[in-house]
Design a protein around this ligand. Structure first.
Ligand SMILES: Cc1cc2nc3c(=O)[nH]c(=O)nc-3n(C[C@H](O)[C@H](O)[C@H](O)COP(=O)(O)OP(=O)(O)OC[C@H]3O[C@@H](n4cnc5c(N)ncnc54)[C@H](O)[C@@H]3O)c2cc1C
Length: 306
């Protein structure tokens, strides 16, 4: 007979990993199904607001998260994308492209992914000079000219990483001034190799085999900049498409109450994929802890566990 877990956690970013640690400590029979370990936390260059660490890089923090969860007896299935969740005889089924699993409860902690630009050439030059992750791909552009598209915190973070690596960094922002945190804006404005182009919309990415130019429209005129790298940093959308039965807000974020419950009994959600106020590592981790503790109570209350 197919095994039924106490809990399946979808995603292994700060929310999912923290939920897994709490679940393991409550001796729940738990499976984590995820695309990767670390999530967006691994994309961040410098993290200076996670309590206990005055400074840690995203990659280091993600490695710490992984080390911590692996101390416990938690089954983790990596490189598996959840495609569907459904109710089946009182349990919840979680379907990936490879497998189908059953559980008494589920925590959706699938976070967010980068928005795409929609500019001509974006698809063609993806991973050929065009990328969505400065932390992952920034080192490939040492001494080169690059453009960061965006004007919020993600773009500022990417540009701050790139000014240390690239020869020249152009920040192309559709709005009339940069957004994001004042501290980050000030740091960026101090950099000598950065040019900020406000009020400009990127229309095309050009090149031969690799990115060669970026085209933007400003004051109704098209201009072309020679760059070897384009970093698209225009915001994020929730990874919630597979969760068709749960209620969401207009942005596609899963609606949860203060106890991380969705509208479907047995399905909980935590972190950036939810409507919870503010998206930060410490908030996602806290929500993940709350969700696992809530599942523990839910299983006890519904007589599902021991
Ligand atoms: C560039 C950047 C810099 C940042 N800097 C900071 C910072 O300095 N300080 C701070 O506090 N916060 C920062 N953040 C925000 C922080 O990273 C997020 O708030 C946090 O990672 C959210 O955690 P999460 O677990 O909810 O989701 P995520 O980190 O997005 O993790 C989601 C997980 O779900 C998995 N997943 C997604 N879809 C599926 C699917 N269909 N099936 C299975 N698995 C799936 C992913 O592989 C991943 O493991 C930054 C974010 C970015 C993008």
């Amino acid at each position: 007979m197919e095994k039924t877990y106490d809990l399946i956690i979808i995603g292994a970013g700060p929310a999912g990993i923290t939920a897994a640690i709490y679940a393991a400590r409550k001796k729940m029979d738990c499976l984590v199904v995820t695309l990767d370990i670390g999530g967006q936390a691994a994309w961040s260059g410098d993290i200076e607001n996670y309590t206990g660490y005055q400074f840690v890089s995203g990659i280091e923090l993600a490695a710490k998260f992984e080390e911590h969860v692996k101390k416990y007896n938690v089954e983790v299935r990596e490189n598996e994308a959840v495609k569907e969740i459904c109710k089946e005889n009182g349990n919840i089924c979680v379907k990936t492209e490879k497998n189908s699993y059953l559980s008494r409860a589920v925590i959706i902690a699938s976070g967010k992914k980068s928005k795409t630009l929609g500019a001509t050439g974006e698809e063609e030059f993806k991973n050929k000079g065009l990328t969505y992750c400065a932390t992952c791909d920034g080192p490939l552009f040492e001494g080169k000219k690059v453009a960061v598209v965006g004007g919020g915190n993600s773009a500022l973070d990417a540009a701050l990483q790139l000014v240390r690596i690239a020869k020249e960094v152009y920040v192309i922002n559709i709005l009339d001034k940069l957004g994001g945190d004042a501290v980050m804006r000030e740091k960026l404005e101090e950099a000598k190799n950065v040019t900020i182009i406000n009020g400009a919309e990127v229309t095309k990415i050009l090149g031969q085999k690799m990115v060669g130019n970026i085209v933007y429209r400003k004051d109704s005129k098209e201009k072309e900049l020679p760059v070897q790298g384009v970093f698209v940093e225009i915001g994020l959308i929730p990874n919630s498409d597979f969760a068709t039965s749960v209620n969401k807000n207009e942005q596609g974020e899963i609606l949860v109450d203060v106890q991380t419950r969705t509208n479907i009994p047995g399905i909980f959600a935590a972190g950036d994929v939810t409507s919870v106020f503010e998206k930060q590592i410490i908030i996602a981790a806290g929500e993940g802890a709350k969700a696992a503790l809530k599942v523990f109570r839910y299983l006890a209350e519904t007589g599902e566990k021991r």
